[in-house]
Design a binder for this molecule. Structure first.
Ligand code: NAD
Ligand code: AKB
Length: 316
């Protein structure tokens, strides 16, 4: 059997850094090529190959795929919800054309697998607010959500029509301490830990009772790898799977942090991101992922908060 050689596109981002490290542990450092438009994240330096790559340049991407004998791509390059609303045209172009470039090359080069993440941002104000199901009314109001929903159907199309084994998860907001988030509406749930540690205060850009679906990065990395390693006949959803971790409001995460930093103070100044957050569900029903490929989260709000603070203290 041909050995797997993996290309991670967007490896310097919030997910890319940790996913690249996890893939290198499984497949060997030399078999996981990190790539990004940005320079390499310091955490990846010296751990394996890195190439500078623009996913919008299809020719250069194709050359790299052939030159490096790539058999799997993890495509993480995207513009997220908050940044997307500032430049909708740019977000649409990158999020759509980047995906189409990868899918086309995967088909031509008969790649073994492709991973492309979607988001809970596909859901809109007409979707159920609680336990939002896998299949439901989906009417996104952000350009990011529209691009993710269209992308899900491109993935399904390439699987049905050309047999490209492309798999996807609708991540909730992701919380991590190793790399910073990049322009999302859920970023407050990472910023709050850093500000609590440095200033003992945080001004939140969402209102105190804004519940959103969230997940701790170790769970997100494990979900990704479990989905990608599942036998193909277990993957029944070829658009994208709902997965759930936890749901909380800014007030609840502040209270959790106060258990460890009692004089931590939270204030609220909602901005344009409130409108985006209000359009998303508060919690997600992931029963299809659970029954198809055995997904189960490990981290609760309390366990995640403790782990975040422990690790940030060690980093100081
Ligand atoms: P990020 O913004 O932190 O990282 C994206 C990376 O892509 C950046 O390092 C950026 O430099 C790179 N990039 C941008 N344009 C590029 C280009 N033209 N060519 C090559 N690289 C380019 O994003 P992230 O949070 O790591 O998200 C990764 C994926 O997961 C995205 O598709 C995102 O929509 C999805 N997702 C993330 C979250 C989350 O909470 N982080 C939640 C749901 C879905
Ligand atoms: C964002 O807030 O844009 C992302 C996401 C939920 O897709 N974290």
């Amino acid at each position: 059997m041909q050995k797997e050689k993996i290309l991670v596109i967007g490896a310097s981002g919030q997910i890319g850094v940790e996913l690249t490290m996890a893939l290198r542990k499984i497949y060997g450092n030399a078999n996981v090529v990190a790539s990004d438009l940005r320079e390499q994240n310091p955490l990846l330096e010296g751990t394996g190959p890195y190439v500078s790559l623009d996913v919008m340049n299809k020719e250069m991407l194709h050359v790299q795929v052939i030159r490096q004998n790539i058999t799997q791509v993890y495509l993480l390059a995207a513009i997220l919800s908050a940044t997307g609303e500032k430049n909708p045209g740019l977000a649409w172009n990158l999020n759509m054309q980047g995906l189409l470039n990868v899918l086309d090359i995967a088909r031509e080069e008969k790649m073994h697998k492709v991973y492309w993440p979607s988001s809970i941002a596909v859901f809109g104000p007409t979707s159920p607010r609680q336990n939002c199901p896998q299949q439901t009314i989906i009417e996104p109001i952000t350009v990011y959500g529209i691009s993710k929903y269209a992308g899900e159907f491109w993935c399904n199309y390439f699987f049905q029509r050309f047999g490209v084994d492309v798999r996807s998860i609708r991540y909730p907001g992701l919380i991590s301490y190793k790399s910073a988030p990049g322009g999302g509406t859920t970023d407050y749930a990472v910023e709050i830990f850093h500000d609590a540690m440095s200033d003992k205060s945080y001004e939140c850009f969402l209102s105190e009772d804004t519940y959103l679906p969230m997940m701790y990065m170790p769970d997100a990395i494990r979900a990704t790898i479990e989905l990608m390693e599942a036998p193909a006949d277990r993957i029944k959803v070829r658009t994208s799977y709902n997965v759930s971790g936890m749901s909380f409001s800014p007030k609840e995460i502040a209270a959790e942090i106060q258990k460890s930093i009692p004089d931590f103070k939270m204030s609220y100044k909602p901005d344009y991101r409130q409108h985006i957050a209000d359009s998303w569900p508060q919690s997600i029903d992931d029963s299809v992922a659970r029954s198809d490929w055995g997904w189960k989260e490990e981290f609760s709000l309390a366990a995640m908060s403790k782990d975040m603070l422990d690790n940030l203290r060690q980093q100081k």
